[in-house]
Write a protein that binds this ligand. Sequence first.
Ligand code: MOS
Length: 752
Amino acid sequence: MSLTQEIPATSPIGRDTPRVDGPLKVTGKAQYTSDFHFPGLLYAVPVEATIANGRIRNLDTTAAEKMPGVRAILHRQNIGKISRSVLEPGMEGICEERRPPFEDDVVRYYGQYVALVVADTFETAKAAADAVRVTYDKEKPNVETELEADDDPEVVSTTFGQHERLQSQRGDADAAFASAPIKIDQTYVTPAETHNPIELHATTAIWEGSTLTLYDSSQGVVNFRSVLAQMFDLPKENVRVITKFVGSGFGGKLFPWTHCALAAAAARKLGTPVRLVLSRKMMFQTVGHRPRTQQRVRLGATPDGKLVSLQHDYVYHRSMLDAHHEDCGETTPFQYSVPNLRVTFGRAKRNVGAAADMRGPGAVPGLYAIEAAMNELADELKMDPVRLRVINEPKIDEGLGVPFSSRHLLECFELGAEKFGWSKRTPQVGSMKRDDLTLGWGMAGCSWIAGRFAAEASVELRDDGTARVACATQDIGTGTYTNLAQLASHKTGVPLDKVDVALGDTSLPKGPLSGGSLATPSIVPAVLQAADNAIESLLSIATTIPESPFKNRKSADLAFDGGRVFLKAGVASGGVPFTDLLQRANLRLVTGNGNSEAMLGDPKPKFSTHSFGCHFVEVTWQPEIARLRVSRVVTVIDAGWILNPLAGRNQIEGAVVMGIGMALFEHTSYDPQNGAPINSNLADYVMTVNADAPPIDVYFLDYPDREINEVGARGIGEIGLAGIAAAITAAVYHATGIRVRELPVKIEDLLA
Ligand code: MOS
């Protein structure tokens, strides 16, 4: 029986629940970072380096300073001290670009900030920024796209820990490959991609005495506070970070960037609030990107399709100073059963800004390569690609040597194939037609990590019949407001529209990053425990106050259900509403706190915890006019138990749309002359738009994963983007006979 059937019909969890913040958004009342106004607010515009490699020779602010309305121009000589941040316990202190702004006069990437103009209006600040004259000692930048590892130490340290270059190994991959009767040996390339949330990065900094308040578009206010406190030498309690709504982030807003420090430094200097909103062009330069990857995959198999060897050697580009690790090999050791395996990585330094996590970091480019190679192997074997995956389904995680907490990938394939109509596929290239169109059908599997960050939450029951749930996490557009309301309503019986949700503020109980698809699984235990504790307080009040009908009973004799307190023996009595008890006790509210520990990165876990899934894709191809379209997608996801299937399907649909972009459109190109991202605007950085988005059918399996939390909910923000590009390139091959191994697939590739 699925969990959903065990949950009372009155509970909103596990049911399609429209977003509780929907009305605020559609009426324009939701306040995003740059919607907050403050008396005396000034506007900051950074000056961007126009070289990608060299040194600042001279920075002349004379003309800009004379412009009316200019309040200050900050640069290396006058910005004041900004310290570097280090990792603190509890995953705090993380930022991707380690160098604080203006720390030296070396320019390492195009667009690096070299000065900051603060003025009365945005327009003045922009005009003055353009009037700052900077001369450089310029050297040729290295933005070479061919990646050869020039930087592969045995161990790479990032803020997330240590990564060994020999990432995973078992058996003898070389020998098994050499003697394998069937082999695939191909290199797959994914380009740099840029996060393009519609809401630009924005920061407003306010100094009052020795306290700093930062309004920011952030995926993790608690970590932001830690970084800013360290940079400006403030106790954490003197820093408050507020993020009420986020117009999405995709990983680009997980950690603070240098503009946050710039806004804070300007507010410190001027003693008045300062706002800094990035331009779209800056979004391509200074706030991260998914790094370019080049991945060689070698598969060896028997003629009946059993994998005997798997080698995955990948290289990604990195900035000159920063240590982002793009973990393309994360899923390789466990996705398939194979006795001989080796995964290694190397890095290539380039004059680009710091790379960053972008939706499904590591696994998304990694699974593109592995799943594309599996599809090539299936074609080589003349075997159905689903069948090949079934044959190589592992019984345990062979990388860690432990069982999976919950893996139902074969059931995903079965359901996906049935819903898509896969059995009607004829394997010959170009053999399927509809009207005048050639059809291509392809598929791929996917996976994504599951776990938990540490989380705290509080739940209040109030005498007016409302409840309040609070947690310093944030809603980046995924539905976290709704998740918190659902969980609190489920436990307290207070209807959804009477649950206030407070989040996005470091003054609340510490909450998780909205990242790694881990926010939902992390908050579940904290909120449920907080609600239990609030109810326990209520029951203890019910047994003690003289005005209570339960006076002198024991708490253990009482039950709480649907917002009412009962004698366990007499549930039929109808009970007493909690509002009654609070009013009789003359109390405004009772509060409960909850917290849960992190469950992530344990080197010797008892279980391997991941979500799984698959995509089936149809493309249409018109060779006469070289038009390729994705016409239909069926995606099945096994992500544990789904707290809100309505928002969940929306997450997966969005990821599939983004995956079409990854396969067919998105790439950031750097100019070899000056190192600038060339297509740094929404006209030239092509993304999937509505006209490119086909009907997408999303199905969830419904197996609770009790290793993750008590309701068995894993996360779903990222998995939908994994594997989809490989399914699309397989469909492209099936339609056209052209195998594209460098994303995105371009029209010119198909004209060959
Ligand atoms: Mo996601 S890249 O962890 O926001």
